[in-house]
Design a protein. Sequence first.
Lengths: 288, 288, 589, 589
Amino acid sequence: MLDVKIYNSPVKPTWCPGCGDYGILNAVKAALAQLEILPHEVAIFTGIGCGSKLPDYMTVTAFTTIHGRPIPVATGAKLANPKMHILVVAGDGDTYGIGANHFIQALRRNPDITLIVENNMVYGLTKGQYAPTSQKGMVTSTTPEGAIEVALNPLAMAITGGATFVARGFSGDPKHLAWLIAEAIKHKGFSLVDVLQPCVVYNKVQTYDFYRERVYKLEEEGWDPADRKAAWEKAHEWGDRIPIGIFYRVEGEPTYEDQVPALREGALTTQPVGLDPQAFEALLNEFA
Amino acid sequence: MLDVKIYNSPVKPTWCPGCGDYGILNAVKAALAQLEILPHEVAIFTGIGCGSKLPDYMTVTAFTTIHGRPIPVATGAKLANPKMHILVVAGDGDTYGIGANHFIQALRRNPDITLIVENNMVYGLTKGQYAPTSQKGMVTSTTPEGAIEVALNPLAMAITGGATFVARGFSGDPKHLAWLIAEAIKHKGFSLVDVLQPCVVYNKVQTYDFYRERVYKLEEEGWDPADRKAAWEKAHEWGDRIPIGIFYRVEGEPTYEDQVPALREGALTTQPVGLDPQAFEALLNEFA
Amino acid sequence: MAESTVNNMTIRLAGEAGQGVDTGGAGFAKALANAGLWVFTTSEFMSRIRGGLNFYQIRVADHPLYSHVEPVNLLLAFTEEAVSEYAGTVVPGGGVIYDQGLKVREEMVARNGVQAFPMPLVKIAQEVGGNRIMMNTAALGAAAGVVELPFEFIAEIIQRNFRRKGDAVAEANLKVAEAGYRYAREHYAAGFPWKLQPRKTSRPRLMMTGNQAIGLGALAAGCRFISAYPMTPASSIMEWIAAHGARYKVVVKQTEDEIAAITMAIGAAFMGARAMTATSGGGFSLMVEALGLAGMAEIPVVVVESQRPGPSTGMPTKTEQGDLLFVLHASQGEFPRIVLAPGTIEQCFWTMVRAFNLAEKYQCPVIVLTDNYMAFQARTVLRQDFDYTKVEIDRGALLTKEELEQMEGPYLRYKITESGISPRALPGHPKAVFQACSDEHDEYGHFEDEDAENRVKMQSKRMRKLRTALAEIRPPEVYGPEDPEVTFLTWGTTYGPVREAVDILNSQGVRARMLHFVDIWPFPVDAVLPLLERSGRLVAVENNGTGQFAHLLRAMTGREVDDRILRFDGRPLSPDYILRKFEEARIHA
Amino acid sequence: MAESTVNNMTIRLAGEAGQGVDTGGAGFAKALANAGLWVFTTSEFMSRIRGGLNFYQIRVADHPLYSHVEPVNLLLAFTEEAVSEYAGTVVPGGGVIYDQGLKVREEMVARNGVQAFPMPLVKIAQEVGGNRIMMNTAALGAAAGVVELPFEFIAEIIQRNFRRKGDAVAEANLKVAEAGYRYAREHYAAGFPWKLQPRKTSRPRLMMTGNQAIGLGALAAGCRFISAYPMTPASSIMEWIAAHGARYKVVVKQTEDEIAAITMAIGAAFMGARAMTATSGGGFSLMVEALGLAGMAEIPVVVVESQRPGPSTGMPTKTEQGDLLFVLHASQGEFPRIVLAPGTIEQCFWTMVRAFNLAEKYQCPVIVLTDNYMAFQARTVLRQDFDYTKVEIDRGALLTKEELEQMEGPYLRYKITESGISPRALPGHPKAVFQACSDEHDEYGHFEDEDAENRVKMQSKRMRKLRTALAEIRPPEVYGPEDPEVTFLTWGTTYGPVREAVDILNSQGVRARMLHFVDIWPFPVDAVLPLLERSGRLVAVENNGTGQFAHLLRAMTGREVDDRILRFDGRPLSPDYILRKFEEARIHA
Ligand SMILES: Cc1ncc(C[n+]2csc(CCOP(=O)(O)OP(=O)(O)O)c2C)c(N)n1
Ligand SMILES: Cc1ncc(C[n+]2csc(CCOP(=O)(O)OP(=O)(O)O)c2C)c(N)n1
Ligand code: SF4
Ligand code: SF4
Ligand SMILES: [Mg+2]
Ligand SMILES: [Mg+2]
């Protein structure tokens, strides 16, 4: 167990007081400390949004990319250097809106990446438009008569798409969340931790109280995360009771990077750049 | 029942002899004829690929858009003029590759659009690279050691994502396919007909024979398409037996266009352009 | 006490996000407009939702205003940081209003002859209204008190703004404002030289922001469809239209991304609805491919590109004109597009009307280029300048039902014509069966991506539309004397700052002129050449780092500018800034 | 019989997709190369997988070739359509080989002195090889027979090409080829004036295509990562690298779209792998946003943009240089990028090596602009021109482990420096903890999207890299005499056609010169200005419809070209075309 302070940063968060992102920041730090992963051994990739500012408030290798694209950037990074721990931290807009295609494709690739989604069911940074996870009927600046789309179900999508680790956390319970994130990082393969994150400014429905009244922990009810079909069904539970915890987990599936022929001899980044002259001559011979 | 000949076009298909797309073309024509939809009452939107050339070989209103984008173009068209029948015809690359985000989002919007996917599990027009629906291990020009991604399951995705009509056809059985397409068009809401389409040049595994030996019709086995969970499970059946038919159907869900406030008084395209002067003055008053 | 200056000052409200800087400022500006004064507001916001430091700045005068200016006469500071950061912007003799409870060292404020106006604002709010959040209402009242604006104007705006929150809230706020007003008037008004006095106006005025004018223009033009994805500073265009969508029958769709935004609009336009999207540079980047689709398939679509500083995410809440060359050349291959960059609130409105007409007449994408500065600026304008009888809807060569019915032979969607314009039919009519096509095609719309001769014909046809359009492309506005010593070359949203700089220079005896471009592409080269001949020193003034318009001018005319006044620190150009740089250049020359 | 011309002719194979036009042509070309001849091939393919009409054309000579030419001496037509479409391209005295079984009217062929060479190709194939598919092997044999190339060269290539299909197949094909050879030699060789004779070569040669040279250059440069999405004409770059990925340890990823393609490459480059992507204009459109990310976050990434005719889907299998201004200005805001456009196979190779070096030295995106013409052309080149000892890997200011360990104070990823280059550290080292950032940032990489001063510093730092890079940007290649009457200004893949046109003009007594640009951005203005002073008539030669380079030249130098020779029908420029247009312009002038 490392001291979480090593991840501290001089930068003060610009999040609103009470924002659910604070709990996620603390949970990420706690999970890394628990797993004894040093700041240079992990790289965090984010998109753009309130939540995506997270690594700016840490001391850690990071890349704040563009809105919606942290997953492919992280995938390229993982393939270049599989030895680094790779986290993606992004908003629901980043992940299930503009970036949803990358999300879908990552599920079936199974790179050893942990995706933490700050799911506040709203577009925070752009001032409160609705999000793909907004519940039908939600009134926002772009849906003054209420959203007419059915909300996207990230967990059911992930399970269907081939994810090997699917969990949901609640930023109001950072300890539980830290445990989930640590489990996700330990998992070999792609892991999703969708986090119920209250946005105290723009989401007046899914508040701390809303969740506190509803969430319960799967592991406390003896949930078996090995059953994919049951997990899919469970992912649909959203009402008076909202489950958090690990919905689905399967170990032993090969990771993406494990299957790439070019990586058999290790990370690309540690090998000399350029070709062996003989290898080059062999290439030229193909054209002779 | 109209004469299918009214959809004929002077343009000769450029598809390879034996291509599964011929069967789909015939089935589309037959379904339209059966439903007595005239060429100007339907608009077909396609992407780019072998299959996406389909409306070029018909007499019908059409828009061959860009690779991956027929779904949003069609959605815009439907919202502008809900009276037109709207079909999207596109390749698996178009729909589940580059365009997968639009696919996912359309599922939860439920516009009254029929999506027909020419699923040959390969990129035909660009000469045989693997596709999102290619089976793991498939050897192509970009995967000389075999694809390492798990194939995307379009039906399970569609069911999970909120589709209200999910079916699979086989282009080697155009009669059955025409029936499916007609059912899909009749369905009020978003309908997916994923078509097993042999590519005789680039897919040497999923051939006509491969399918002929395996496909069976759900409706012949008394399948109940009302059960969403069962449909999701059924969508995973892929082996010695491959089901075709309607996996899932739910009627009565409101369509996207039905819920848009601005459309309550009918199609946008039939209304005069510009504002009533009094309405304009009322707007100006907001700034006074 | 110094002689007082009436109706010519700048007031800045500053504080954290969430403290009501924006709404308070807008309310105060509105009160001034109601008092018959001319108002110009700008603001600066951080990319965060709560906290930080934002300001909203109101310039007010007896005459129409086109720009903000930098010096502040009265600062309303809601936080300590607001005092320490912005006290330096206040001119000698000016004042800083702040709550006594803030940890502010009076000497800090009182440097350079600036007056400190500490007041018990929170106390007033709590005592009179019962609520410390009403502190900013007290401050607004205090500001009015210091400048001696009759209280009725503040009262009216409070009534209006708080009405929907219930009478009790309105009443409480009114009381708080009045208490603030009285306190300030009593303690500080006598020593404060800037005053605001109501004026009678004969011609009714409106106050609106750039993005509102864009939304209003779109509605006036008959826009029926907007699909967009939120992005500062464009978001409020969609939001404003959304608020009016049900009533004015406009379909408003927030999409999954900008690719869907523009392609949905293209689908709607294909069907015949006037359709648009709005975004900033990052979102426009994602629209690039579909822009070419509209070019090739000849779909009329209007794209508002509201610039902010790049590259990439850049400075999300700041301003820049860095995307000109980008939008001019975006997408592979060559196709006609029209680029318009309005310079005033009025031009935002009329440009949108023209944009929809030009899009349908030339069946191509029209890009309206604006930016953060324009999006958020608010100005008093004359109501008569938004005269709906002058709004003409021209749908171009759109075939009527009758024309279609009488048509002999098949309908050719992409008919080769001298003008390049092929008569357009909307889907749904039995005669209007055709294919729109992103591939090179024949006149019907069928794929024809082999034939060389057809290619040359089709590509030439499309490009001819640009030549045809040139006839109605407007020359730059010439402002200032004949025979200038110096000509400021500028475009888009810099209109106001440059115009005011030109006025000041002329008042100082420098024969300065402005050439301002709204219509940028197709480039009105024939109109420009004679103007360059008698330009004197030619100075490009642009809110970017390289002088993109100067680059374009040289490419199109060969003429290189003699100098460049550029700004790329995320802040808008201002008359002050331009004059400063102009002076520096003169010294160095 | 006319006097014969030795080793100077063009052979065209034409037929349906799927008939082996491509592989047969490439095999024949290789045989000629093995015979010590210089070869240049081009091809034209339809956007379909089977059927239609394609051709593959081989120009062969005793001296190095840089371009194809249009007139054909010998046509191998596999279908009736191939005869009817292309017989007109054959010069008087030339011949058309086709199967007797085709419905071809001999008079059709024999117009204008062209000779018909009907032969029983299918019969030969069936009798000798047992298989009618081998007809094209018979035709290739026949072609060699007519030009009297010793059969051994055909034999060798057949052995090599069919080996992997088993000895029996190779043997059968050999027999078929020989029978075709014999038949043609007996019946038609005497009357055919063009002959090919083997030459001894002292310097070993290679034959490769543009896309292969790009792939080879990438591997030589140490590229370890390519993520791309298929798009003609770029696809074969990824495919060629994929075929070598396992052996040469290059991660090759076909992605879900071009956005993922470039962003994955950016991720890999961030980690320290040399990374690239390759696409055509439509795909590049989708990469535009991430290009700016690479610019802002200072990530070295190489993007090959292989042009084809737009707008939009356009003509997928044809050629054009229509994307120059697009790639120069793509993405919002202003940031450094480097644009290189190789003109020959050799330049494709070396440009890729330079691209990776420049990307890492200046920590910015480098765009290599090529097109369909270059992608598919094959040429014999000297092996010595691919000398690996001359390949230098320069990773620029990349901090070593030792340097990092000795570093005092925190590592500043975006340190402000005079050159604009901030020393780069790769993630994974305890000292290399930093943030790469798409938002405006401070030296560490933290968000700093408010501060005006920091913005100016950072933006200026980034832009300074371009000034620094200018020192190693190469001037255009000057080819032709001093004191020219006419200068052809050209760039990228038009090198060969223009060079050969210049040669012909000079041989005719016209003092013509070529200025050819590989390095386009940053624009080498200082090197260019003196060259323009003594240019004579300045004529832009471009494979597009508007003269995009001429536009750029004027923007950068003020100099307008006197004339433009443009082509935008989807076909490449050729020496013949250039001379024809040059002559026309002379007549009209
Ligand atoms: C291409 C692009 N489009 C739009 C934006 C504007 N934008 C910034 S953050 C954001 C959405 C934020 O929502 P989410 O991802 O849910 O994050 P949150 O702020 O809620 O944490 C948007 C639309 C952008 N930066 N880039
Ligand atoms: C943005 C973009 N990227 C790539 C391409 C090239 N391209 C054309 S069709 C196609 C894929 C075809 O596969 P699919 O959609 O499955 O259709 P099929 O040809 O198999 O019917 C691709 C990658 C393109 N046209 N546009
Ligand atoms: S707007 Fe919402 S998500 Fe953003 S910082 Fe504030 S509370 Fe958090
Ligand atoms: S390549 Fe495949 S999908 Fe394309 S036309 Fe040929 S058989 Fe059909
Ligand atoms: Mg969110
Ligand atoms: Mg396919």
